[in-house]
Design a protein around this ligand. Structure first.
Ligand code: SF4
Length: 150
């Protein structure tokens, strides 16, 4: 299973990643429709997106069991989803978003294995790496934030 790794120290905050994400998924340049978002913290900028966590709280909290892994990518089943937005509330990094235009939950889907943010980031901030290149702690990152893992 591939993961996206962020080299936050390289980011210049140009938001190209947001633009190519919304363009490739929705056909328009609109940061509100992007599945990756550039945040600012203490003067630094860096992108954040769904980290494809193991034991993901979004999947656990969903009352409709609409979120599941498919080919190593966590997806939302639009047919089952009732848009209660619980998944957005429990994700501590804001990796699950509500699209107020198309009224659906959106999240990084790794562009089916060819992430456009990786391809077009001018600073090579975002990297797609294989499973064995990611530490176990990173995979369980959200659980660590909640104090549920070492
Ligand atoms: S495209 Fe790259 S450099 Fe620009 S904001 Fe996104 S991550 Fe940062």
């Amino acid at each position: 299973m591939p993961y996206l790794i962020v080299h936050e120290d390289k980011c210049i905050g140009c938001r190209t990643c947001e633009m190519v994400c919304s363009l490739s998924h929705e056909g328009v340049v609109n940061p509100d429709l992007s599945r990756i978002h550039v945040l600012g913290y203490k003067g630094e900028k860096f992108p954040i997106m769904c980290l494809q966590c193991e034991d993901a709280p979004c999947e656990l909290v969903c009352p409709m069991e609409a979120i599941h892994m498919q080919g190593g990518i966590r997806i939302v089943d639009d047919e089952k989803c009732i848009r209660c937005k619980m998944c957005t509330l429990v994700c501590p990094i804001g990796g699950v978003l509500y699209d107020y235009i198309n009224h659906q939950m959106i999240r990084c889907d790794l562009c089916g294995g060819d992430p456009q943010c990786v391809k077009y980031c001018p600073m090579n901030v975002i990297e797609l790496v294989p499973d064995d290149a990611v530490p176990e702690a990173r995979k369980r990152g959200v659980r660590i934030l909640y104090g549920e893992a070492d």
